[in-house]
Design a protein. Structure first.
Length: 428
């Protein structure tokens, strides 16, 4: 039997404990597939006394994750602590400094420091693998870097935050408000310690920034992304979108356009019959489009112990086999700084507004759309609420800039009873 691949695991929470369980449960299977045993030498977490539901007695313990990374009996550092900075980054840097490969699930760290870490790893002949960082159990990093290596990627889209998808689908199915479902998600333990990472679109934005780097050969540029969360989505938006044949999703879209790289994470309407429209609860879905392959759709659990640990093991087995793929699918020093598209490609928009119920009110707002060259595709007016008339308009393709101008001009008409809500309709 050849030498084992020896792991040092930093972080023994949901994902870390899940990885230990798989290494123990599937030792024979993993050894057969990797061609060598996969062994754990040492582990690290904050509290040594915590019961993690897994036997750690055979492994050395390190209080300091960077010391774990430096150990002579550790070949690969598996970073599963989280956080863009601090001990997570320090332990990864300690591993790279010693030429050791790294496996991580840490999208925040890679979205902010992925370029520098990948370059440092390359300089030392090491690799950083991060399948678990994007869409949990879905093997989308492998699909992009390996399965679709022969394609020019045209678009990457996806629902990559299970918590937001749970909130949106539950608001629809139970007719509950955003606040009520947020409280439910909190009780179920779905939310990150800082929930704005989920509902503010930041967590999903981190993931999309990583996929965009691979897909378009670009340096990871999280700061250039347009990000909007789901906090302003109402049950009325969801019900009215459904009435028009759409579902609202927190959707990430990355595409290279003539104006540069468009990369945004925002609530979007998608046809309710499309695979994205049918995605329920905390599931994730990533849609990849390539010039040769066309469109492929990957669906699965984006979080949780088993699915995330499954993705971590995929990277570990690859390293054990000797498969060496550059962090972002090509040498990091060759990645270019993509010009960020200043404006998104034109699409139809859903616009919800409440008008004063008096003659000519609708004509006034329609005129403001017309002034910006925006054509109305469909319009619906709902039952009056006192002196207010709820109105829904679906436009033909337009830019967000033109729509914003029209909405600003509508404010001067004196017929708006609330600020209009505009949501992009994505062609999927
Ligand atoms: P978690 O349950 O909070 O576990 C974090 C672990 O890291 C804990 O064992 C904690 O120790 C340890 N830790 C934190 N700071 C440390 C430090 N400074 N020194 C040593 N140990 C430290 O987190 P998780 O859900 O497993 O997530 C881990 C990583 O996976 C994160 O990057 C996360 O974004 C990513 N991820 C998670 C999921 C998921 O479904 N949970 C999915 C995809 C990606 P104690 O246990 O002693 O406190
Ligand atoms: N908070 C994330 C989600 C966890 O809800 O999808 C997985 O990254």
């Amino acid at each position: 039997m050849t030498e084992p691949l020896r792991l040092g695991i930093a972080g023994l929470g949901t994902v870390g404990a899940g990885v230990v369980k798989i290494v123990q449960r599937h030792a024979d299977l993993l050894a057969a597939r990797a061609g060598r045993p996969i062994a754990i030498s040492a582990v690290s977490a904050r509290s040594r006394d915590k019961d993690r539901g897994v036997d750690l007695s055979a492994y050395a313990w390190e209080n300091n994750p960077a010391a774990l990374a430096a150990r002579d009996d550790v070949d690969v550092v598996v970073e599963l602590m989280g956080g863009a900075e601090g001990d997570a980054k320090a332990s990864v840097e300690a591993a790279i400094a010693r030429g050791k490969d790294v496996v991580t699930a840490n999208k925040a760290m890679l979205a902010h420091h992925g370029q520098a870490l990948a370059e440092a790893a390359e300089a030392k002949g090491a690799v950083i693998r991060f399948e678990a960082a994007v869409a949990g159990g879905i093997p989308v990093v492998k699909a992009l870097t390996e399965g679709l290596a022969g394609n020019r990627i045209t678009r990457v889209m996806g629902v990559m935050n299970g918590t937001c998808n749970y909130i949106l689908t539950r608001m629809e199915s139970a007719g509950l408000t955003y606040d009520a479902v947020f409280a439910e998600a909190e009780k179920l333990g779905y939310l990150e310690a800082d929930p704005t990472l989920d509902v503010g679109g930041i967590d999903a934005g981190h993931k999309l920034a990583l996929l965009a780097a691979i897909a378009f050969g670009a340096r990871v540029d999280f700061d250039a992304m347009e990000i909007e969360g789901i906090e302003r989505v109402t049950t009325a938006d969801i019900a009215q979108a459904a009435d028009m044949g759409f579902k609202i999703k927190l959707l990430g879209v990355a595409q290279m356009t003539g104006r540069g790289l468009e990369c945004r994470m925002s609530p979007c309407l998608v046809p309710d019959t499309s695979p994205l429209g049918q995605l329920e609860n905390a599931m994730n879905m990533v849609v990849l489009e390539g010039d040769a392959v066309g469109q492929i759709v990957l669906r699965g659990a984006g979080a949780g112990e088993g699915p995330t640990a499954s993705a971590v093991l995929a990277d570990i087995v690859d390293i054990a086999r000797g498969t060496r793929v550059s962090t972002f699918g090509q040498p990091a020093t060759g990645l270019v700084k993509a010009r960020a598209a200043k404006a998104s490609a034109p699409t139809p928009y859903y616009v919800r507004m409440t008008l004063l119920d008096k003659p000519g009110a609708l004509a006034k707002v329609a005129a403001k759309l017309g002034d910006q060259g925006i054509s109305i595709d469909r319009m619906r007016q709902y039952g009056h609420e006192g002196a207010n008339a709820p109105v829904l308009i679906v436009t033909h393709k337009t830019t967000r800039g033109a729509l914003n101008e029209a909405i600003a001009a509508m404010a001067e008409t004196g017929v708006l009873q609330s600020e209009p809500v505009a949501i992009r309709i994505e062609e999927v």
